[in-house]
Write a protein that binds this ligand. Structure first.
Ligand code: HEM
Length: 289
């Protein structure tokens, strides 16, 4: 998945994305592995579907795939039915795998990098968790109201790293006018989320890591300009899940370990090239607490 995201982000591959036959040809010539990666995931999705089908029990859905299969069985016609319905399910599984795994793990990598770089911030989080949760159990989702600093450090890391800077590609369905510009029908459109999360109009000193920027009259207040999940009807479908996963993993790791810099490491918050903004390779030490 890491390789796929790095490959897709290369300028040449971004262009090839919109010329599938050419992209497939260059793939076959071994110039990159974009389609090979997607093909591997397709095969995995086909196995997941087949495995679910062979163990499916009506009325006892185990997960999303079972719910989809139940809908297929109930449908007489439409998108769920026949080989098209099967292919649709496999594509949805691939979509969820691509959109759901690398994004969350990359965000968590950024968290580790920022914690190694900003030790004083990490200590404040550890103190907040010690007071609100203690050390005998892991932080839970319901604890987050008692852990505002932890949540806003997470938000500030996400603002600065903005891992999906251009969101997903969209397309105009009709001739459109936007802010005085004419955009013809069928134009591919990218929204620059990164420009918002690093804008001087939206954030004071946007290049400075400062979780306290969300503090207003002693209270932490959310900022709608942190548009890391996109906006509108097609904003991230997994936002709620992602927020939960990140909070639980981040708070749990920082509670149980101190993240210290590894000898000789300096931590660069500039991302490596890719479709998602991933940190450059780095090492940290996890010291049990
Ligand atoms: C920190 C984690 C994540 C970030 C920052 C993130 C960010 C985004 C962004 C920026 C978009 C594009 C929105 C747009 O084009 O307007 C998107 C779309 C999407 N995301 Fe996420 N995402 C994350 C995690 C997840 C997870 C965990 C899942 C699912 C399990 C997921 C599923 C999706 C899907 C299916 C779409 C396409 C939605 C559509 O086209 O209607 N994402 N995400």
């Amino acid at each position: 998945m890491d390789r796929l995201m790095r490959d897709v982000g290369k300028p040449i591959n971004m262009l090839l994305l919109y010329n599938a036959p050419l992209a497939k040809a260059t793939d076959r010539l071994g110039m990159h592995k974009m389609f090979t990666c997607i093909e591997t995931m397709r095969n995995m999705a086909a196995e997941i579907r087949a495995e679910h089908e062979s163990t499916f029990t009506d009325g006892s859905p185990r997960d999303f795939v079972d719910v989809y299969i139940a809908a297929q069985k109930a449908a007489k016609n439409g998108f769920f039915v026949g080989p098209f319905g099967d292919l649709n399910l496999e594509n949805v599984i691939v979509d969820l795998l691509i959109a759901g795994s690398e994004t969350t793990s990359t965000s968590l990598s950024w968290c580790m990098l920022y914690m190694a770089k900003y030790q004083e911030v990490q200590e404040k989080i550890q103190e907040e968790i010690r007071r609100a949760v203690g050390s005998t159990r892991l932080p839970e989702w319901k604890d987050r109201t008692e852990l505002p600093y932890t949540e806003f450090v997470l938000l500030e890391i996400q603002r600065m790293s903005c891992i999906a800077p251009l969101a997903a590609a969209h397309c105009t369905t009709k001739d459109t006018e936007l802010a005085g510009f004419f955009v013809p029908k069928n134009t591919t459109v990218f929204v620059n989320l990164h420009a918002v999360t690093t804008s001087k109009d939206c954030f004071e000193e946007p290049d400075v890591f400062r979780p306290d920027r969300f503090l207003e009259n002693g209270k932490f207040v959310n900022d709608s300009n942190v548009v890391i999940f996109g906006l509108g009807k097609r904003r991230c479908l997994g936002e709620t899940l992602a927020r939960m996963e990140l909070f639980l993993f981040f708070a749990g790791i920082v509670q149980r370990f101190s993240i210290r810099s590894a000898p000789g490491e300096t931590y660069d918050v500039q991302a490596a090239e890719g479709f998602t903004l991933v940190p450059k390779p780095f090492k940290v030490l996890f010291v049990p607490r």
